[in-house]
Write a protein that binds this ligand. Structure first.
Ligand code: PLP
Ligand code: COI
Length: 338
């Protein structure tokens, strides 16, 4: 193994073991750890024809005390069950999900980056319909897998604030399905992300497709804003992914930093009144936004383009402090792996 921990990006690096369990005849098999990183399925598999697939994303950290922990895997297990239900897939039992995540981390323990490099082990559980399906209907055989990959920052440039834009077309996530982590939702957002990058933006701010007046989320993260009087505000919408990072940050804001929080509808028109803006997610962690462009309108956040705003920085330091074992976590947030 020869990994430059300090300079990892958000890319796939193959690790030795992945977890595999198959669903057939209405039940999951007991599951194995495998060294085979390939998937062999029918040309007519449900996932290939109708994108019957969903996934999760979570991280494992090596703490300041050299313990290996996993952050809130119970919430990913629950969200994956919700995604599976919405896609007419069988649920991989939540207790087995957590167990399998921990087993997979243990099997790849040398790939959990050392403390202090700003790198983590990203864990990707996913599930797909594997048997041939030709009419539009759910598969009846599925594979659940988990692979891991060491990662660095999601956005290049470290803590340099991002410039994002509102695209003049929708993400085209079918209404009401944006709240699950499903392959098709992400495939439909690829055009918007490529178009944003081609035009020099880091990400998209999607508005609600029905009225195009309310802030929703970005391609891979939720939004948080900070008002001029230091209230942490985040969009309420049932068509955004219920971010585990966001839920954790709201808890940190209230219980560790004594800040007020609000989850409410946010009109694009009020974004110019906010002091700070950031993207939050497992991959994004908390990435500051400095500028938002919508057609000819340009909003320059008062927190500026030099670094994180004051409250964003406090939230970031507290959350990552908890994850890295420097700050006492709330009960149940860190699951010990080793
Ligand atoms: N929104 C989208 C579309 C995402 O892909 C993600 C990442 O999983 C998030 C939000 C953030 O969710 P979480 O904090 O659970 O990683
Ligand atoms: C995550 O943060 O885990 C995500 O899934 C975002 C992106 C990598 C799809």
């Amino acid at each position: 193994m020869n990994i430059d921990w300090a300079n990892l990006g958000f890319t796939y690096i193959k690790t030795p073991y992945r977890y595999i369990s198959n669903y057939k005849d209405n039940k999951w098999d007991e599951g194995i750890l495998s060294e085979d990183d390939t998937v062999k399925i029918s040309e007519c598999a449900g996932v290939l024809q109708y994108a019957q697939t969903c996934f999760e994303g979570l991280k494992s950290y090596r703490t300041v005390n050299n313990e290996v922990v996993c952050f809130r895997p119970d919430l990913n297990a629950k969200r994956m069950a919700d995604s599976a239900k919405r896609l007419e897939m069988p649920i991989f039992p939540e207790n087995r999900f957590i167990q399998a995540v921990i087993e997979t981390i243990k099997a790849n323990i040398d790939y959990v980056p050392p403390y202090g490099y700003g790198a983590t082990l990203y864990i990707r559980p996913y599930m797909f319909g594997s048997n041939p399906v030709i009419g539009v209907k759910p598969a009846n055989e599925y594979q659940f897998r988990i692979f891991t990959t060491p990662v660095g920052p999601y956005f290049k440039g470290g803590v340099k604030p991002l410039t994002i834009r509102v695209p003049d077309f929708d993400r085209a996530a079918p209404r009401g399905t944006g709240h699950i982590k499903a392959g098709l939702n992400y495939a439909m957002s690829l055009h918007a992300i490529v178009d944003a990058h081609n035009k020099g933006f880091d990400e998209n701010m999607y508005l609600d497709p029905a009225t195009r007046t309310k802030v929703e989320e970005t391609g891979g993260a939720n939004f948080i804003f900070v008002t001029k009087d230091n209230t942490v505000v985040t969009p309420k919408s049932n068509s955004i992914l219920p971010s585990i990072t966001r839920r954790s940050l709201l808890y940190v804001a209230e219980n560790y930093l004594g800040l007020k929080t609000q989850e409410r509808e946010i009109l694009f028109d009020e974004v110019k009144e906010f002091q700070e803006c950031a993207l939050c997610g497992t991959a994004a962690v908390l990435s500051p936004v400095g500028k938002i462009v919508y057609n000819s309108e340009e909003i320059n956040l008062p927190s500026g383009m030099q670094g994180m705003g004051e409250i964003t920085k406090k939230l970031y330091d507290t959350l990552t402090g908890i994850q890295m074992g420097r700050i006492t976590p709330p009960d149940g947030w860190l699951w010990k792996v080793e």
